[in-house]
Design a protein. Structure first.
Length: 147
């Protein structure tokens, strides 16, 4: 079994690389969709590009922090508690994004419906990501703290 510090660092790096990949993919999809100069596809594409840029920035900064952080000197319990709390809060926010996207779709206004679809898709993807990693860190915390 790997030492807890190594496991945690590996998990953080993998999860942030996943977020980075998702962000870059969202930006690419958004750029393709924005080739249409107007309408719902453009609005949805704008949402994909914007959310992708934000996720790419967050992941890039986190990856830089991971490379600078001395995991051997970390309090693993505090760090895993912090990460679990952040992922839990993010999951709740993601539910709000899904609700906001759905509300915009239900307006039946073209401009708002495109933005709503984009927010709904992005919020759903983030909910899946955050919820998966919330339960993963929870399970991992039990495993590595027994080490």
């Amino acid at each position: 079994m790997m030492p807890p510090a190594v496991q945690l660092k590996q998990w953080e790096r993998i999860s942030m690389n996943q977020l980075l990949g998702t962000g870059v993919t969202s930006m690419a999809v958004g750029m393709v969709m924005m080739q249409e100069s107007f309408g719902q596809n453009f609005d949805q594409g704008l949402q994909h590009f914007t959310w992708g840029a934000i996720n790419t920035t967050i992941a890039s900064l986190a990856i830089r922090g991971i490379s600078k952080r001395d995991y051997d000197k970390l309090n693993i319990q505090e760090r895993t508690n912090y990460l679990q709390r952040i992922l839990g809060i993010n999951s709740l926010l993601d539910v709000l994004y899904v609700g906001a996207g759905t509300a915009l779709i239900l307006t039946n206004q073209d401009h708002l419906m495109g933005h709503g679809r984009g927010i709904l898709v992005q919020g759903s993807c983030l909910l899946a990501f955050d919820a998966f990693h919330y339960f993963r860190i929870r399970r991992m915390k039990k495993e590595i703290l027994r080490f």
